[in-house]
Design a protein around this ligand. Structure first.
Ligand SMILES: [Zn+2]
Length: 292
């Protein structure tokens, strides 16, 4: 008998959008409790998860590689292994997709939180993990995280360390950073600011021909709960009310348009359609399909 398996196949899933290929790259996941949720009856939230056969709050962490005409663009970088033993696998899984970190032409961030930007830079050496990549993000992200007055307002040590770490993560890219306020940021990739979770939190609309995909970043963190009860926010929302408004607006829009979405915290590989259900919404996972 052959030996028992100790590792899953690599977290790589290709989804063609017209002439573009979007590859979901798994960084892994984080397990936790419901303490991060705000503005929800926790017993109700727990029942939603138990009813979905997910008694543990498991949060996927996904990044997405977009092969545009002329550039390999990586949207978010995962945790860089900074949030425990079950994540930090973006570079390994990029390799499984045939892409070396030095081949990535640009890193496009949805926002500067450690599960998205800590994979930019080696925490121990300060060296960039993507040595040839331009760093691209909404202008409101660095202006918030680099603002010493905002750092001084941070409520606790964990919030303060988020500022310090995010500064260290982008430092080696200082001379090759491009900021935007909206619009097309690469051919076929249009920035859609979704402010609230962070000031410059941004989704990216991938379009080619008639096909479209919205990579919506952190519109939800605990998908079963926040899609069903979209008023539910998290402790990590910099502006809770703005995040709530943004979440409801995006859910309404993608449900009305039937738009395919992908998310950094939707269960891997993270491609879904959103349907209305009761006062909230329901996520339908897209069926597996061939790469081309
Ligand atoms: Zn996140």
């Amino acid at each position: 008998m052959s030996s028992l398996p100790v590792q899953q196949i690599s977290g790589v899933y290709h989804r063609k959008i017209g002439d573009l290929v979007v590859t979901a790259i798994s960084d892994g996941y984080i397990d936790g409790n419901l303490d991060l949720l705000k503005n929800v009856d926790v017993d109700r939230a727990r029942k939603i998860l138990v009813d979905a056969f997910r008694p543990v709050r498991r949060v996927s962490i996904n990044a997405f590689l977009v092969r545009t005409k002329g550039a390999l663009v990586l949207i978010d970088t995962g945790t860089g292994g900074s949030l425990g033993p079950t994540n930090g696998w973006v570079v390994r899984n990029l390799g499984a997709a045939g892409v070396d970190a030095k081949d990535v032409n640009a890193v496009l961030l949805t926002h500067m939180h450690p599960d998205h930007s800590a994979g930019l830079t080696h925490a121990d050496t300060g060296k960039p993990i993507f040595p040839n990549a331009e760093l691209v993000m909404h202008e409101a992200e660095p202006s918030y995280w680099l603002d010493d007055a905002e750092l001084a307002r941070a409520l606790n040590d964990r919030a303060k360390s988020m500022f310090e770490h995010s500064r260290a993560q982008i430092a080696p890219y200082k001379t090759r950073t491009r900021l935007f306020s909206g619009g097309e940021v690469f051919p076929g990739i249009v920035a859609m600011p979704i402010p609230g979770h962070t000031p410059g939190h941004t989704g990216y609309l991938i379009s080619s021909g008639p096909q479209q995909l919205l990579i919506w970043g952190d519109v939800v963190h605990v998908p079963e709960v926040q899609v069903a009860l979209p008023d539910t926010g998290t402790n990590f929302d910099v502006d809770f009310e703005a995040a709530r408004k943004s979440r409801k607006k995006v859910l309404d829009q993608v449900a009305s348009d039937g738009l395919l979405v992908a998310g950094m915290h939707l269960h891997y590989p993270g491609f879904y359609h959103v349907a209305r259900q009761g006062d909230g919404y329901f996520l339908h996972a897209e069926a597996w399909q061939h790469a081309l």
